[in-house]
Design a protein around this ligand. Structure first.
Ligand code: FAQ
Length: 311
């Protein structure tokens, strides 16, 4: 029976059918999805911190309203993704414990500081831009709940990307000091954004299996290249430069060549040694502890409702 189920699963994936929560699936498929979806959810939640840092200092009411909406969207994405992960038989508490104890990761990008207001623009343009490039193919992921969650998330990320671009454009066309601030932010966020796509293909432990299972549709390097090709003309329209002297169009390949990524920095950030790792996880643990009373109250209320319905 086991072999029959496995053959049916393989055939369904090969035929591009969606795997649903009640369907049989290999344990390793389930575990790999929980790993990726949990990391994705944690990234959305930790990713609120760098930009939230600027809500109180946004330069106008309009910018503040937009930024608050964006940060709230990220919270929503985290919650959809935790719910989607729960359909695989794990609980949100368990996932949060693993985040807080460092057993599960979140994206390297959120361990960099937001030093100026222009960083909010650079995050929207580059970080959300990279996130969309990576996530649009996940709308076709073989696991139904993850694929469906990604549809709405990608629409919201597109709005985030545009607001970042528009913010940077305003700064780039502003005073000399504003232009310099925009350029400095792009200089600091460019390389970490390229690292968001994960290690090079020959060092990507999970890619081959995840692509065979159609969790991933493209390799890390393919998506990174796609992002570079999209970003170059956008930088030109912004009147900003990308901090890579080796960046140039390669007619033969039909893509931009770009310089070497500092992978030692990437692995170091993953080990916990980025500029803000401690601050980010410390803030997250504190928020969780301080929110304990809300969870307790909600659970007590739910118990009361259930008891009343039973009576
Ligand atoms: N940071 O074998 P691979 C967002 C880990 S959403 C940290 O290539 P895989 C929205 C990887 O987990 C951003 N760790 O792994 C937003 C694995 O470690 P493990 C998040 C990384 O899974 C915007 C090891 O390295 N998006 O930003 C990173 O096949 C603005 C080997 O790597 C997603 O999570 C990294 N950058 O490919 C929010 C998208 N890269 O698990 C707020 C979904 C790799 O064995 C503000 N995820 N690692 O311990 C994916 O597409 C994939 O998981 C990849 C990695 C492409 C990230």
């Amino acid at each position: 029976l086991g072999a029959q189920l496995a053959a049916a699963f393989d055939a369904a994936v090969a035929a591009d059918e969606r795997v649903e929560p009640r369907d049989w699936m290999p344990d390793e498929y389930r575990a790999s999805l929980v790993r990726q979806m949990a990391q994705h959810a944690h990234s959305e939640i930790i990713g609120m911190q760098p930009e939230a840092n600027w809500i109180t200092r946004a330069p106008s009411l309009r910018r503040k309203a937009i930024l608050m909406a964006k940060v709230q969207d990220e919270a929503g994405h985290g919650l959809y993704l935790y719910s989607a992960a729960e359909t695989l038989g794990t609980s949100r508490d368990e996932l949060l414990d693993k985040l807080h104890s460092g057993k599960q990761k979140y994206s390297s990008i959120f361990n960099y500081p937001t030093l100026t207001w222009a960083d909010v623009g650079a995050i929207g343009w580059l970080v959300d831009g990279a996130a969309i490039t990576n996530q649009v193919p996940i709308c076709r992921c073989s696991y139904g709940p993850y694929a469906r969650a990604m549809v709405r998330i990608c629409k919201e990320e597109s709005f985030h990307q545009r607001q970042g671009y528009e913010l940077l454009l305003a700064l780039s066309r502003g005073t000399e000091a504003q232009h310099a601030m925009a350029q400095d932010a792009v200089d600091r966020w460019w390389w970490p954004s390229l690292m968001m796509f994960g290690p090079p293909d020959d060092e990507s432990a999970h890619s081959a299996q995840s692509m065979a299972w159609r969790i991933k549709r493209h390799s890390n390097d393919e998506l990174r290249q796609r992002f570079v090709d999209i970003a170059v003309p956008q930088a030109e329209s912004l009147g900003l430069t990308l901090p890579d002297p080796d960046l140039k169009w390669n007619e033969e390949r039909g893509h931009h060549d770009f310089g070497a990524i500092d992978w030692a920095e990437f692995w170091d950030v993953l080990k916990g040694n980025g500029p803000c790792n401690e601050q980010r996880i410390g803030q997250r643990r504190k928020a969780h502890e301080e929110g304990a009373w809300v969870r307790d109250a909600a659970a007590a209320y739910a118990r009361k409702q259930t008891a009343q319905q039973a009576a």
